[in-house]
Write a protein that binds this ligand. Structure first.
Ligand code: SF4
Ligand code: SF4
Ligand SMILES: [Zn+2]
Length: 554
């Protein structure tokens, strides 16, 4: 039987909450710049300087930590070769005990070693409980703060749903801890009156535990769940583009935008809630509480826990006994794609240990790429080193443009240009020109043109290799840039589907790897897809393909 979240009463009972509320608000007002504190009396981390368990003042601690789980501790014990106590916290591969730095773990070349080891001075004989960890004293010490954060998040959820009453509330559920908290908060706030549902975009590269966990979570709380999967093959995309890296992060675009757009195609108006937090990364520090999504124009996203720390998220989870993804027990600080260019070396170490078959398929793909890229100098030992040290993650795009079309000014005084293509114009090529206007055919001759009387006339012939454009206004470079962007898309498109969401009219349809079509009945020629900058060139292939077909000027 499922648990009805909106009937969950608050578990917090701090009697003087109202009198300390203002103090809590003031000490949290710095949002993402929060620091944690440590109560030496209760031996617990604090979200604000006051310990509400013993009423004493804590000393400054580090920026954010997460508790170490039991299974995770066994892995750490294996690494450092000694018993470790309960009440351990971790942040960025560093361990803390009793609010003091205990040791660092350094991962390199597939191995983890202990560096800056203070265990001898800080640990005496360690006897630890072998059961599950208890965060009750930590929750008690932070109770008014958690209650304040909870109330603030619920008020903001209520306000936004009242502001957009016609939008259906949907939680973008990633299977991670943050989205579990958001799902819980949203359902508790509006679940009794609105049909809150979960949407899970399966990137196909998830932790093996995640898919089951997502279903179990939805079932446990009786929330309707939609799972959409990217229908393109990741390894095939790596062949067509290049393997992703920290700079070339096309995988996120393709494998998250595709399922999302498939979902949005079936929906009217939705209000998405996600679990993004500013403290997660420097890039996320500047995120707004509400925003649109340039990869999915029809989506409006609200972020109720934007200013929460990771510790606050874990305390909320333990306070309400919310089921969390078992991948966290294995020591992962974040769950998502099991291998990721943004993953730390420690994450890679865990993945090698837990899912060796996943690592194997990545390494095969990377060696293939390495062999293709450095054919003459290919050295299998070097390739191995390159992968183990994670150097593949730091690659920058290095485009090699090959000529596939030539632009000529046929009549500069009339502002007319011709493009000589290295291929014949076919029906598929014309799909990419549809945004510019209605295609008119002169029957049986194959001659086509798109006329925008104010701006330009594009013309050509099916089966021919010449495309002509003449401009009727002075913004030649501006319009030429737009036309050329579409021609280049046509010459390079890998049918990844990532641009589908740039169309507000749902006119773009992409069958993964096979077809790209713009529905003339739906297209309003708004040019949103042409102007879009959801990637640098508004197209995954143009931005990330190693070898691109390009236009030269003569
Ligand atoms: S965004 Fe959609 S409607 Fe607008 S031009 Fe492109 S395909 Fe047409
Ligand atoms: S035009 Fe670009 S973004 Fe759109 S499907 Fe083709 S490759 Fe992907
Ligand atoms: Zn205390």
């Amino acid at each position: 039987m499922s648990t009805r979240i909106w009937e969950t009463n608050t578990v917090f009972s701090y009697p003087e909450y109202e009198s300390v509320k203002a103090g809590v608000r003031d000490s949290l007002s710095n949002g993402s710049d929060q620091r944690l504190y440590w109560c030496s009396k209760c031996d617990v981390p604090l979200l604000t300087p006051i310990c509400y368990r013993c009423n004493s003042r804590g000393r400054r601690f580090i920026v954010d930590v997460k508790p170490v789980f039991v299974e995770e501790r066994s892995i750490l014990e294996e690494i450092c070769g000694r018993n470790l106590p309960d009440n351990l916290y971790t942040a960025r591969n560093r361990l803390y005990y009793k609010g003091r730095f205990l040791m660092s773990l350094t991962a390199n070349n597939g191995h983890v070693t202990v560096t800056r080891d203070h265990t001898d001075s800080l640990l005496e004989d360690v006897v630890h409980s072998n059961g599950s960890i208890s965060l009750e004293p930590v929750i008690a010490a932070n109770e008014p703060v958690l209650r304040f954060l909870e109330q603030q998040a619920m008020d903001s959820i209520l306000e936004i749903t009242q502001e957009y009453p016609d939008r259906k509330p949907v939680v973008s559920f990633s299977g991670g801890k943050d989205s579990a908290v958001v799902a819980h908060l949203v359902a508790r706030t509006v679940g009794a009156t609105k049909n809150v549902s979960l949407f899970f975009a399966d990137t196909t590269l998830e932790h093996p535990e995640t898919n089951d966990y997502v279903k179990q979570f939805a079932e446990y709380y009786g929330l309707p769940l939609t799972v959409e999967q990217a229908d393109c093959d990741f390894f095939q995309m790596c062949e067509q583009l290049e393997p992703p890296s920290r700079i070339m992060r096309w995988c996120c675009t393709v494998f998250k935008a595709n399922p999302l757009n498939a979902y949005l195609r079936e929906q009217e108006r939705i209000l998405s809630f996600d679990g993004i937090r500013r403290a997660e990364s420097n890039r996320r520090r500047n995120y707004e509480r509400i925003s649109g999504n340039k990869k999915a124009l029809r989506q409006l996203v609200f972020r109720p826990i934007l200013n929460w720390s990771s510790l606050a998220v874990w305390l909320y989870i333990f306070a309400y006994k919310i089921p969390y993804n078992p991948a966290y027990d294995k020591g992962y600080a974040r769950v998502g794609c099991v291998i990721c260019p943004f993953g730390t070396d420690f994450n890679d170490f865990l993945t090698r240990k837990n899912y060796p078959e996943r690592v194997q398929s990545w390494e095969t793909m990377l060696v293939r790429y390495f062999r293709k890229e450095y054919a003459d100098e290919f050295n299998p030992e070097l390739a191995k080193e390159w992968m183990r040290q994670g150097l593949w993650k730091q690659r920058k795009p290095h485009h090699r443009n090959q000529r596939a079309a030539v632009r000529m000014a046929t009549c500069p005084s009339l502002k007319e240009y011709a493009y000589h293509l290295d291929f014949s114009i076919d029906a598929e090529f014309l799909e990419y020109l549809k945004p510019f206007g209605e295609l008119a055919f002169i029957a049986e001759t194959g001659f086509f043109k798109i006329v925008d009387e104010q701006r330009f006339c594009i013309s050509g012939m099916l089966g021919d290799d010449l495309l002509t454009i003449s401009f009727s206004d002075s913004r030649v470079r501006h319009n030429m840039f737009r036309l050329e962007r579409q021609v280049k898309k046509a010459m390079n498109c890998v049918k990844c589907g990532a641009c589908v969401g740039t169309c507000p009219s749902r006119a773009i349809e992409v069958q993964s790897g096979t077809s790209f079509v713009i529905d003339e009945q739906k297209c309003t020629h708004c040019l949103s897809c042409v102007r879009s900058n959801f990637t640098h060139y508004g197209c995954v292939a143009l931005s990330y393909k190693g070898k691109r077909n390009w236009i030269e000027e003569v």
